[in-house]
Design a protein around this ligand. Structure first.
Ligand code: ATP
Ligand code: MG
Length: 442
């Protein structure tokens, strides 16, 4: 075999395999290799740094330092990838011994999010700490912030953990949100206005991917739904006539500088993101401008440091309504890894380390398809991975798999992007990819 050309008989080695054994033509740089200079265990923070407050005086944390992340899922994994590309070492705290980010980080602190020893170890390892999901207990972030810069700050994350607080923040920022009522008691349930029905009852805390939600048409439905949700604090929202769903990702630095990614158009199925198209094909330019301005305003008003995503609904009359805030990179922003010259994870690293936030530029049109566990076969069937080779034969396809061993229906196993010179081309190839995967077209 001629080195570098690959043999026509070489069988396709599917993702998940370990490369690097026995082939002269396959250089192997193992996951977990340290990029950059300096010891991964000895972060250097210059004298004069203010630790623990995410202070605007936090100095630039140079490559070679170790960056920490709370949570070890796919968002943390992609943060780790971006950090490592820039020469940082990484540390992940997650209780799961086989977490997607734990696989690829230099250090995996296997501990519960509130475990004092685990938090102490993460702080010891890391020059600064971020989070990959909003349900990390705010007290854990506050504890870390006693020792290291933490971005986003616990107070901002706490707003995003609670739908009622989130809506109050939208109103403070002058950003419209759905008409709603907070329900924490039987009296509040009884006092709900008729204008909120039909509506969606959502738990105030801990909902995701459409979980913790019930659609209700009548007062009897509402009472039943609240009981079914365990009478926990909820928000009842009016059911809005949605034309489109979009999202905007912004990054804000310690000095208040803000940049944004282009507006993403999102299609949800069964409450889970299925398809993201960028540029947004069906959203007027002025609606896009308003969404970007609103997302920037929310980040500024929160005094936010890090990457934040605001989800919006575009109603049939063209009006814009903010839905929720994610205090972290977002599934709808995954396209940016392949379509932009700075991804949402690059921006997360930059915001955390105090690096300049150069405005990202989209260089390719892109369609992203989420790869849910359903593609591995239905419940009870033996799991079989999709035909990756057939997908990789299409031009502009980028496959991202998160290294999860178990495929379950609805579980986010990976995503696939299609980049192209025009939105039309990206869409056409993405439709072919969807067909090969058995994903319904949009
Ligand atoms: P995720 O965290 O995955 O974004 P979630 O569980 O937090 O989802 P929401 O984003 O609040 O839930 O809602 C999920 C989906 O339900 C929305 O993307 C939208 O399609 C629909 N939806 C939510 N609220 C409304 C509403 N007030 N009117 C109409 N549709 C809605
Ligand atoms: Mg949502």
């Amino acid at each position: 075999m001629t080195p570098g050309q690959g043999s026509p008989t070489t069988p396709f080695i599917a993702p998940g395999a370990t490369l690097g054994q026995g082939s002269a033509t396959t250089p192997f740089i193992a996951p977990g290799a340290t990029l950059g200079q300096g010891s991964p265990t000895t972060p250097f923070i210059a004298p004069g740094a203010t630790l623990g407050q995410g202070s605007p005086t936090t100095p630039f944390i140079a490559p070679g330092a170790t960056l920490g992340v709370m949570g070890g899922g796919q968002l943390a994994r992609m943060f780790v990838h971006a950090a490592q590309q820039m020469g940082y070492a990484t540390a992940v705290l997650d209780p799961d011994p086989a977490s997607p980010a734990g696989w690829v980080a230099h250090h995996h602190v296997q501990a519960d999010y509130l475990d004092p020893q685990g938090l102490a170890r993460l702080a010891e390892l890391s020059a600064a700490v971020t989070t990959e999901f909003e349900n990390v207990p705010a007290s854990a972030l506050a504890r870390l912030a006693e020792r290291r810069p933490v971005a986003p700050a616990a107070a901002a994350v706490a707003v995003c953990q609670d739908r009622a607080a989130e809506k109050a923040q939208f109103l403070r920022s002058g950003v419209a949100c759905a008409p709603h009522a907070v329900i924490e008691s039987g009296a509040q349930l009884a006092a709900v206005g008729d204008d909120l029905l039909p509506g969606i009852l959502k738990t105030a805390r801990l909902g995701y991917d459409g979980k913790g939600q019930r659609r209700v048409s009548t007062r009897a439905d509402l009472a039943g739904a609240w009981a079914a949700l365990g009478r926990v604090a909820c928000v009842l929202e009016q059911l809005l006539p949605l034309a489109r769903e979009i999202s905007v990702i912004v990054a804000r630095g310690v000095g208040g500088d803000i940049v944004n990614l282009p507006v993403q158009q999102n299609l949800h199925r069964d409450g889970v993101l299925a398809v993201t198209q960028v540029p947004a094909p069906d959203v007027a330019a002025d609606v896009q401008r308003r969404a970007i301005a609103a997302a920037r305003q929310v980040a500024a008003d929160l005094g936010y440091v890090g990457v934040l995503c605001v989800e919006f609904f575009v109603q049939r009359d063209g009006s814009l309504v903010a839905n929720e805030i994610a205090p972290r990179p977002h599934n709808s922003g995954h396209h940016s890894i392949d379509s932009c010259d700075a991804s949402q994870f690059d921006l997360q690293v930059r915001a955390l380390t105090g690096a300049p936030l150069a405005p990202p530029r989209q260089h390719s049109a892109c369609v992203m398809l989420n790869l849910l566990g359903d593609l591995w076969g239905g419940p009870g069937e033996p799991a079989r991975a999709p035909d990756w080779a057939a997908l990789l034969a299409l031009p502009g396809v980028h496959l991202h798999l998160y290294g999860k061993a178990q495929a379950r229906p609805g579980r986010k196993m990976g995503h696939l992007t299609v980049t192209a010179a025009s939105a039309g081309q990206a869409d056409a190839v993405a439709r072919q990819a969807a067909e090969r995967l058995g994903i319904e077209a949009w």
